[in-house]
Write a protein that binds this ligand. Structure first.
Ligand code: PBG
Length: 344
């Protein structure tokens, strides 16, 4: 080796770098990492979505969502009690409607004794301290799998909104705490708010699925509620185009003007930029939905031994907090709550 190279090596080894900033100093020990951590995930950030099915004592696995089950109302109560024990603030219900009850207008959505309403009543009675959120949209009830009324291949906006108002009133009467319109019809938040107020449900909140994208990540959910096979066409005439960001801000602005108490961005991880922009622009309670496909991806990789599922779960949920979300709807709610309680 040339002498010059040897000398240069020895010099740099002896002298070290002349730098004053060494960011690694703060990372060198667990106590220090904890002290400087900017964002944390807590059990208070969680909303637990559950799938309801007819029957008793029934827990039915969902193939594309390993670890998640469809539950009969009595089993929903057991899981809601578990949510209460774990300190999870709220749960959310989605029905698997019997195929024989589905029709083109989704009339089962307006049945005050449908699965969701029965689940709401049972859980309110058993664990009144747990918040209950219910989805407002027609897709679990329509034979064509769309969130609204279908006519000649088009989804009718205003006619659908009239039904969504009725659906909201029926859920409010059953005792829901948060109405979450996930249908993406124009003007539905204002119409629902007016309907709730007129009926005296002044305290029922509205969490608007404000920026809901037409996404491939809802696939496993549509298996879970049995709409995948039935769905005619796609939802791109009402759910948002994944290429749009400013449009999400307009949707959020409208829902807030119309009376939404909080807003949601959905899906979650592929849309962290939208969460951040919404939070910065409006500063209102902002939620993310870590949807079925996001859950399925992590579980599939984890069950194949390709990544550490628990760590991926915590890291992905923490990412929502860092992006500005106040909370997350996640199928991991019970599992991450157990982990947080164990101090991991
Ligand atoms: C339907 C609805 C969907 C989800 C929540 N409400 C699916 C869709 O729009 O087709 C998706 C949730 C998930 O994927 O976990 N209104």
């Amino acid at each position: 080796r040339p002498l010059a190279v040897e000398t240069a090596r020895e010099d740099s080894r002896a002298a070290g770098l002349k730098i004053t900033q060494r960011p690694r100093r703060n990372r060198k020990a667990d106590w220090s990492r904890r002290l400087v951590r900017e964002h944390t995930l807590t059990v208070d950030d969680l909303i637990w979505p559950m799938f309801v099915i007819e029957g008793t004592g029934r827990r039915e696995p969902i193939a594309s969502m390993p670890g998640v089950e469809r539950l009969s109302v009595d089993e929903i109560v057991r899981d809601a009690e578990r949510a209460a024990r774990l300190g999870i603030p709220a749960v959310s219900f989605f029905p698997y409607t019997e195929v024989s009850l589905r029709d083109p207008t989704g009339s089962e959505a307006l049945n005050p004794h449908n699965l969701v309403c029965r689940a709401v009543r049972a859980v309110k009675k058993a664990v009144p301290q747990v918040g209950i959120m219910t989805d407002v949209a027609l897709d679990p009830y329509t034979s064509h799998g769309h969130d609204g009324l279908l006519s000649d291949g088009a989804i009718l906006n205003d006619e659908t909104v009239a039904l969504l108002v009725e659906q909201s009133l029926i859920q409010a009467e059953a005792g829901t705490d948060i109405i979450a319109p996930s249908d993406m019809m124009d003007g539905r938040v204002g119409a629902i708010r007016a309907g709730l107020d007129k009926a005296g449900y002044l305290d029922v909140q509205i969490m608007a699925y404000a920026a809901k994208y037409a996404s491939a990540f809802y696939g496993p959910f549509r298996d879970a509620i049995g709409t995948q096979a039935a769905l005619v066409g796609d939802k791109r005439t009402y759910q948002m185009d994944p290429g749009n960001g400013l449009e999400a801000l307009r949707e959020v602005a409208l829902d807030l003007e119309e009376g939404a108490d909080s807003v949601m961005v959905k899906p979650g991880l592929p849309y962290l930029d939208i969460i951040r922009r919404v939070k910065d622009e409006f500063g209102v309670p902002t939620f993310a939905y870590q949807v079925s496909g996001e859950y399925a991806m992590i579980e599939a990789a984890s069950r194949n031994g390709w990544l550490d599922g628990d760590r991926a779960m915590v890291e992905s949920l923490l990412a929502f907090k860092r992006a500005g979300a106040d909370g997350v709807l996640t199928y991991y709610a019970p599992r991450v709550a157990e982990r947080l309680r164990a101090g991991a």
